[in-house]
Design a protein around this ligand. Structure first.
Ligand SMILES: Nc1ncnc2c1ncn2[C@@H]1O[C@H](COP(=O)(O)OP(=O)(O)OP(=O)(O)O)[C@@H](O)[C@H]1O
Length: 240
């Protein structure tokens, strides 16, 4: 596996609650990892720690450095993202990570194409170019023709596809998905997770997904079970 993101010995405490008790986890290019476990077991804390949203109390989060033009990572090859200052961390999150949540969290007043273009505009790309780039994602995600619709005019499954397009538009190294199918029926959920895993893989990105649904998790290469802040089980579906 060509590792892109790794957490080593991750510990996170909230007062007297230990949400993570020393977790080791890695994801690689084109790799998809599902995180499962009972409510309160530490799944979201693990995803947020890997994504640089929650800072761990112990351990390290390492992200492979961006490749230079020669293809060789500069410096030592890894960024300790748990040690970065807030400004660098949020810039890195915008550029190198994509996020999909349970409810797409699309901006209701903007048409779908502008919702997808938003991360590019935040990076300073002019609106016209960003929207043109955003439109390219609609056909691969099976939502062409819906570019001008506002989120309120989309079904739950269509809105999640727009959210997936928005996560991928920056060509991130890692896509984080927190219960991306939690609000969808079984059939739509299967369609959405199939797209999420296949398009992420085609982009060469890694996928880290929290889900309660074993059928959804089975679309990932590996499934990790968390209980009381510890990994209790790994299932490998395909050779990494
Ligand atoms: N911001 C916080 N402040 C205090 N305690 C927290 C905070 N976030 C999480 N916790 C606690 O840490 C533990 C792990 O929470 P986490 O949200 O990671 O679990 P989860 O497995 O994602 O749960 P669920 O499936 O219910 O979303 C729980 O006991 C939770 O109450």
């Amino acid at each position: 596996m060509n590792t892109v993101l790794a957490g080593h010995g991750l510990v996170k405490k909230y007062g007297s609650t230990t949400a993570l008790s020393g977790v080791d986890v890695e994801v690689g290019e084109r790799d998809s990892l599902a995180i499962m476990g009972p409510s309160g077991s530490g799944k979201s804390t693990l995803l947020h720690t890997l994504a640089g949203i929650v800072r761990p109390d112990g351990g390290q989060v390492l992200l492979r450095s961006e490749r230079s033009e020669t293809g060789v990572p500069p410096g030592e090859g890894w960024e300790r993202i748990d040690k970065l200052g807030e400004n660098r961390l949020s810039a890195l999150r915008r550029k190198r990570f994509g996020f999909v949540f349970q409810f797409g969290q699309l901006l209701p007043e903007l048409p779908a194409e502008e919702n997808v273009a938003l991360p590019l505009m935040l990076e300073g790309m002019p609106r016209g170019r960003a929207v043109e780039r955003a439109r390219r994602w609609f056909a691969p995600l099976g939502i062409d023709g819906l570019e001008k619709r506002r989120p309120g005019q989309l079904s739950g499954g269509q809105a999640q596809r727009v959210a997936i397009a928005r996560a991928l538009v920056v060509e991130p190294d890692v896509v984080f998905a927190d219960e991306p199918t939690g609000a969808l029926d079984q059939t739509t959920s299967t369609e959405v997770v199939r797209l999420l895993t296949s398009v992420t893989r085609e982009q060469g990105a890694a996928l880290v997904m929290v889900t309660h649904d074993a059928d959804v998790a089975a679309h990932c290469d590996r499934v990790l079970q968390v209980r009381d802040g510890l990994i209790t089980h790994y299932t490998q579906y395909t050779a990494a």
